[in-house]
Design a protein around this ligand. Structure first.
Ligand code: BDR
Ligand code: CA
Length: 308
């Protein structure tokens, strides 16, 4: 099993990504670490605790940064609803957060895993940047970071920037310069990962312990997509990052140098991918630009079956 920590800001697509991760027998999930992003930290942490409890998992939840390194926090309730989970209401978990902060939890687990720990990052990269600053030797103790973030040119928050990178571009800059191997699951790939309406129906017809939550989340997302872009289906960005760790071949990828724009007035948070290799910079990331969509949809069905 691959030892992983999931750094997350749940967030409705984070919630499904978390369900998918716990459904896999290929992952050994050591902790969830929470960050402010889609909604403020207090609520992402509440949601993480409740989601873990809902699926009866035994993982610790460690709290991280309540704001980006430099910028003020910009949230996305307009996508995820005020609680972050759309219309889904979960029973409140009686469990408390882990006594260590996210960056100390990541360091602790990295040491315990002897260089084999992988990080799956589903929100702004603030916690990972702080870990690198507080524990600089962490860079030799993490096998790989797979993150949902960035794009080759599209933005979903500004015309140039994807949300997770835009919220804390300074943190992303630190992470991309760290030397830790990175797999970047971009909007280019996730926008093609649409789960169509008939497929949502099929997935939701599989009766399992998570059926009602998955149904609520997928239909909330599909409704949002229809209203915002006229699409027929759900786009669950973060689930593709988790799927990539479980089945690396699910994405089409290439190795490129990726720089993070932290100064541009119009382009703050843009991931500048040297696709034509016009600089002499060595690649620092494996970049996904496409995916095997059918396989992704199959993984949702397998997820449901794992919770029967
Ligand atoms: C990313 O931003 C958030 O709104 C989602 O949870 C996902 O991590 C997509 O740009
Ligand atoms: Ca997220």
């Amino acid at each position: 099993k691959i030892p992983v920590i999931i750094d997350t800001d749940p967030g409705m697509d984070d919630a499904i990504a978390i369900f998918l991760a716990f459904s896999s027998d290929k992952l050994d999930i050591k902790a969830l670490t929470t960050v402010a992003g889609n909604i403020p930290l207090e609520r992402t942490t509440r949601n993480a605790l409740d989601l873990v409890r809902y699926i009866e998992a035994e993982t610790k939840v460690a709290q991280g940064a309540h704001r980006p390194l430099i910028k003020t926090l910009e949230t996305a309730e307009w996508v995820h609803g005020n609680t972050g989970l759309g219309t889904l209401i979960l029973p409140e978990s009686p469990n408390d957060v882990y006594y260590k902060k996210a960056w100390n939890t990541i360091y602790e687990e990295a040491q315990a895993c002897d260089g084999k720990l992988q990080l799956i990052c589903l929100g702004p990269l603030t916690n990972i940047a702080i870990t690198l600053m507080v524990h600089p030797d962490i860079k030799d103790k993490i096998e790989k970071i797979t993150l949902m973030g960035g794009s080759s040119y599209l933005g979903n928050t500004t015309p140039s920037a994807e949300f997770n990178i835009y919220v804390d571009a300074e943190a992303a800059d630190i992470v991309f310069k760290s030397g830790i191997p990175i797999t970047m699951v971009t909007l280019d790939a996730t926008n093609k990962s649409i789960v169509k309406e008939n497929e949502i129906r099929e997935i939701c017809s599989i009766e399992s312990r998570v059926s009602s939550a998955v149904k609520e989340l997928l239909y909330f997302n599909a409704d949002f997509r229809k209203r915002s872009s006229g699409l027929d289906g759900a786009i669950i960005h973060d689930a593709l990052a988790v799927a990539t760790v479980i089945e690396p071949d699910i994405i089409e990828k290439g190795n490129y140098h990726v720089g993070i724009e932290t100064e541009g007035k119009l382009t703050y948070g843009r991931t500048v991918i040297d696709m034509e290799r016009v600089t002499k910079n060595n690649p620092n990331a494996e970049v996904s630009l496409g995916l095997d969509r059918e396989k992704f949809v199959e993984m949702f069905k397998d997820m449901m079956k794992a919770y029967i």
